[in-house]
Design a binder for this molecule. Sequence first.
Ligand code: COA
Length: 216
Amino acid sequence: MDVSLRRLRAEDIDQVIEIEREAFSPLWASTPFKRELNNRYASYLVAYRGSEVRETAVPPNDDLPKNRSLWGRFALLTQAVLGRRSVPPEPDSNVTGYVSVWYQGEEAHITEIAVREPLRGNGIGELLLIGSLRSAMEYGSQVMTLEVRVSNFIAQRLYEKYDFKLVGTRKAYYSDNREDAAIMTTSPILTDEYEQMFQDRQEAYRSRWGEIHIDS
Ligand SMILES: CC(C)(COP(=O)(O)OP(=O)(O)OC[C@H]1O[C@@H](n2cnc3c(N)ncnc32)[C@H](O)[C@@H]1OP(=O)(O)O)[C@@H](O)C(=O)NCCC(=O)NCCS
């Protein structure tokens, strides 16, 4: 699947809210994404399908969109003659998942990570985690941490893959069913040891899922 990462934009928010609702309990306090866009101490990344501006082969004339104006179709055809064209972003790009990270002192805290349900198991969650770890390293955070339901083995497996370890629990942390949270934290991420492990995991990711695209 051709999935890339970039920063959250205002036009993604409706889709991100859909994913948040689908992934978390109805009692989950929804994130004020609009306000968070301006939060300097947080980073929000979305995974989206396709590349936003890239060179693609031009479709044959019959495939040109029929709803374009005559001028629009002429412009596309002209570009076809030139060989290639640049495709602008789809108006509602296909957001497939998102991750939010808050920077608190020396810690980067993953507050939410979720992938659209039908698309889970395709490496998107791992891509989001890679993106958030890279952001935390750029920010200068020393460790990355998060809370996860003790029953959420799938997410825990993902975090363990990037060397998060169980460091404690928060009793009755989740208000819907009073479930405990496991607190999972990495070892220091700005060390040669972590960097080596991180490079190895990313290499394995590339061989399995393809190149890692993160737009700046
Ligand atoms: C957790 C979540 C983000 C993972 O995203 P995903 O795109 O399905 O995960 P990926 O396909 O990238 O898989 C990455 C790793 O996650 C773990 N994982 C994913 N699906 C799994 C499954 N069905 N069983 C066990 N482990 C699984 C594995 O460690 C996997 O690595 P591997 O393929 O090398 O074994 C996704 O399941 C989700 O959105 N869940 C609902 C929201 C949620 O629970 N968020 C976490 C809150 S703390």
